[in-house]
Design a protein around this ligand. Sequence first.
Ligand code: GLA
Length: 386
Amino acid sequence: MTIKDHIKHRFAAIYNTPPVAVYFSPGRVNLIGEHIDYHGGLVLPVALSIGTYGAYSLRDDDEVRLYSTGYSDYPITINLGDLSKDSFTGWANYVRGVFQVLKDEGYHVPHGLNLYLESDMPTSGGLSSSSSLELLIIKMLNDIFNFGIDRTKMAVLGKKVENEYIGVLTGIMDQFVIANGKKNNALLLNTNTLKFDYIPLDLKDYQLVIVNTNKRRGLADSKYNERWNETMGALKTLKNHFKINNLTELKSSDLPQIEKLLDPLLFRRVRHIITEQERTLESAMLLKEGKIEEFAKLLTASHNSLRDDYEVTGLELDTIVLLLLETGAIGARMTGAGFGGCAIAIVPKEKVEKQAPLVIDLYKKVIGYAPSFFASDSSDGTHELK
Ligand code: GLA
């Protein structure tokens, strides 16, 4: 059975009616350019072939019935007239948030829907399951009600859900690549101008490996906002000394002067932002030129900077990255917000199969539970499965 037929079948079993259409919305990994999308920096993410599937049928009242495999035994109800947050069904707030933001932006949803959701990616695992869900709902509603929202605007609306409804001060990277991703390509995005280029993702004799640390990311949102506040504070100070709008406009050569202006902790935060921006630009060039070994080294350098200067890794991510490197990876790093979640590695193809059981075993010895390896290809942005 194809995945589309499976979803149609499940939908019909729950709602006693066939769905009108089935959609797929990817997850994402970021190859490099971490924690710089809220500073106008360059990022290099990839949309994944694992993600969120969804199907809908129309209702003639103003109720949205929402069923999600893994989260609910029966559909929950969201009333279009009351889109307030609900802490008992936190996962559904990403859907409530989409309806709220569309309403605030003047897009009128005239009646309700039956929605079915199913995911084959880890939730809260750092592959941006939340943005994947937001974009899925936005794209569906855009198609159903002919809102005429283009893919960049869809990403902007998804970010609004995250920032204004959910309350996490994220940048636009995740929503943007989920909306605009292209199979077999990474996307080099300038988060200041929202201009982007596709960079062919050809790793030659190597494979991109994705591993979830399986660490619960309890305080991730508040820690994320803490880094946001620290670095925005640093920006305010540095604006008095440099003609800049964003920290990513600074250069490594400015670091000696910056060190005199900031306390040591803020200096390290800013050093990460500046060096990460430089690594990302170089990575995009190396990837284009097919210099995979050099590219992989920059991934490891990025991890070290996120560990030592930005301090968003933690024992689980540091352990997994170390183990991946020790068992054959030529480069590895955390991906996404950090504080748990996933790591990526560039591994020679012939070593991939043998590596996973080794890493699982060693990680279990250090951390006490197993990590999960994911097989995922790249994918196009959120789309209907025709
Ligand atoms: C999360 C956010 C992104 C980005 C990354 C870190 O995934 O949603 O906007 O800031 O963390 O690079």
